[in-house]
Design a protein around this ligand. Structure first.
Ligand code: SAM
Length: 243
């Protein structure tokens, strides 16, 4: 599907709302969409693609389906799920994104979807992605910023009323413990500060900064201070590793 377009955004939104009932369909669509986004810049066939914090590997599987040598790096064995045979899968490595067990410049593409808001030190995380990317290689990073309507994850949109209050409300309503706790495995990350940070880096060039899902003018939204913190929803950065 064409990016951006209303059709694509609607399909992704529908899949997102049905994620609990049909996670396979939702993640397959999301993975195809992300792979299409990468292929706007570089064909995946034959490329070494490193997926950092890749969860159960739906993106890595899609990259492999398209002929890439995809490798999944995920620190939490539980996130890998039953489908992944952690011990045996040669393309799956239990590893932290802060310290990837890779030599400098080995990857043609490094990819990270919805991980940056879950790390306490996103700058070090980005440095490690840049380190393992070859000069001229592509870095795909997307994250849900804190002031996005989905910033509070399972307790959104009540995070606007305060993280602890939102979390307590979620637990009261559902009777289940919330997965995320602010300052532990979810962090306040902003669009503006992140853009200033990446633009100031000397190891990467910013190729594109856009709303990942927005159906119109996805790059324009990220240029409007204030509004971008609420309307971007999910910031997608396409970076190029400098020589
Ligand atoms: C919301 S999930 C996203 C999973 C997948 N990338 C996706 O977009 O569906 C966040 C992932 O980040 C991983 N994560 C958290 N801290 C990390 C770190 N320091 N290095 C690498 N991954 C990390 C978690 O284990 C989890 O799998």
């Amino acid at each position: 599907m064409r990016d951006p377009s209303f059709r694509r955004s609607l399909a992704l939104f529908r899949a997102f709302t049905r994620e609990q009932e049909d996670p396979a369909a939702a993640y397959t669509l999301l993975a195809r969409d992300a792979a299409d986004q990468v292929e706007r810049y570089v064909p995946l066939k034959g490329k070494i693609v490193v997926d950092v914090g890749g969860g159960n590997g739906h993106f890595t599987r899609e990259f492999r389906r398209r002929g890439a040598l995809g490798y999944l790096f995920e620190p939490d064995a539980k996130e890998l799920g039953e489908g992944q045979q952690v011990q045996r899968a040669r393309d799956t490595i239990v590893a932290d994104g802060y310290l990837l067990p890779l030599a400098d410049g080995v990857a043609d593409v490094t990819f990270s979807s919805n991980v940056l808001e879950h790390v306490a030190d996103p700058h070090t995380f980005l440095s490690e992605m840049a380190r393992v990317t070859r000069p001229g290689g592509l870095i795909y990073v997307s994250f849900t910023n804190w002031l996005s309507p989905w910033g509070g994850h399972e307790w959104a949109p009540w995070h606007y009323a305060g993280a602890e209050r939102a979390r307590a409300r979620y637990e009261r309503r559902t009777g289940s413990p919330a997965k995320h706790r602010l300052g532990e495995n979810l962090f306040r990350i902003g669009v503006g500060p992140t853009l200033r940070h990446v633009r100031g880096r000397t190891d990467v060039d910013v190729v594109s900064a856009r709303s990942r899902y927005w159906p119109v003018l996805p790059e324009l939204i990220t240029r409007v201070p204030g509004l971008r913190e609420f309307a971007t929803w999910n910031l997608l950065l396409i970076l190029r590793r400098c020589s």
